[in-house]
Design a binder for this molecule. Structure first.
Ligand code: GLY
Length: 371
């Protein structure tokens, strides 16, 4: 049963901007129907996944592809953000050539945000773009990373520095895939969910009222939060298509700090969701210092993060100057001025230009744990 179908983007624009999102607890089972509905004569399918995810769901995807009378090849990568780089992308391109893939190859990306970022990038560049289906298998992937068309790989100097904008044909979010996630991974996805709550205050209240059933992964609640996050994100992207290019920056809430925290710790201490949670807490504190929000806002956001099991402070071992170096490289900054997405009230985020370096440093310092 399809719970939510959303046609993202302008159907009159080029076909690379058309994407349907399906939230379906039987999504994997019904994959053959989804492939057939694309109504295209594919030459073969290549499944890109990683060593952790493929053993869990790979057979189901291969069976679905075969049911569509397509040859299924696989490209299984080592897991982890540290592999989202040019070396892995190059390995994928070469392997696609070796497998005899052509412009009519269908790529299916099965995995979390790292894989949809990397797989989307490879799909968008191989032969100048081949069709791709995303099957996100993490909460983070379902609520955020798989949606929006931005993909990318990291450079040693920063996250997602190289990438393209390219929508998959289809995103199939099957909440039953989340049963295998560790609590740690599941909670990590909840940080992005809370970000959508800060964007939409009604959703924030929903989250506050449903913490325990969300943490118990009640299927109905999980489908609701995936659906709501998908709706909020697609609505923002639709506004971008309609001539509001800045609007999308609000999705970056907490991420300038988060990327700096991840970069400064070599992606080894915090998972992305933990870094986003600390990052949102930094942004909220900075906003308080600038007089945009009150103490109550900061406490309410931090409280929801804590209830969902997420941190709001970072280690005091991370050098402030290293964090600042990463913050300086954020793509939003214009002409050397710091631009940050900050809350002005629950449900409202704005891009604030010309934030002073001292103010950012002071915030980072206060958000470090005191021993
Ligand atoms: N793929 C993530 C985004 O476009 O925002």
């Amino acid at each position: 049963m399809v719970h939510f179908k959303k046609y993202l983007g302008n159907p009159m624009a080029n076909s690379h901007h058309a994407c349907q999102i399906c939230i379906n607890p039987k999504g994997l089972e019904e994959l053959p129907q989804y492939i057939k509905e694309l109504k295209k004569e594919y030459s073969c399918a290549v499944i890109i996944s990683d060593e952790n995810v493929f053993p869990l769901f790979g057979d189901a995807v291969i069976a679905a592809v075969n049911e569509c009378h397509l040859r299924a090849d696989t490209l299984i990568l080592p897991p982890g953000e540290q592999n989202k780089n040019l070396i892995t992308a190059n390995f994928c391109w070469e392997r696609l050539v070796t497998l005899g893939c052509d412009r009519n190859t269908l790529m299916i990306v099965l995995g979390g945000g790292v894989l949809t970022d990397l797989g989307g990038f490879v799909a968008s560049t191989f032969m100048r773009g081949i069709d791709v289906i995303f099957i996100p298998t993490t909460l983070l992937g379902m609520v955020d990373a798989a949606i929006g068309g931005k993909n990318g790989i990291n450079l040693p100097s920063g996250k997602n520095m190289i990438g393209t904008r390219y929508h998959p044909k289809l995103i199939i979010s099957d909440p039953s895939c989340l049963e295998s996630l560790s609590d740690h991974e599941f909670r990590s996805g909840l940080a992005e969910v809370i970000k959508y709550g800060v964007i939409d205050s009604h959703f924030f209240v929903y989250l506050e009222q449903n913490v325990s059933s969300i943490l118990k992964r009640q299927e109905e609640k999980i489908s609701t939060i995936i659906g709501r996050c998908s709706e909020i994100k697609t609505h923002i992207i639709e506004q971008e298509f309609q001539g509001n290019p800045q609007i999308r920056n609000i999705l970056n809430y907490g991420h300038t700090f988060a990327h700096a925290i991840e970069g400064a710790t070599d992606f080894k201490i915090y998972c992305h969701g933990e870094a986003v949670s600390i990052g949102m807490s930094c942004a909220a504190l900075l906003s308080l210092k600038l007089g945009f929000v009150d103490q109550k806002f900061v406490e309410r956001q931090d409280a929801l993060c804590h209830k969902m099991g997420l941190p709001t402070f970072m280690s005091n071992k991370i050098p402030l100057e290293t964090l600042m170096d990463f913050i300086k490289r954020d793509k939003k900054h214009v002409k050397g001025k710091f631009c940050l997405i900050l809350p002005t009230e629950l449900g409202k985020l704005s891009q604030v230009d010309h934030v002073g370096k001292e103010m950012i440093l002071e915030t980072l310092k206060e958000k470090q744990l005191v021993e």
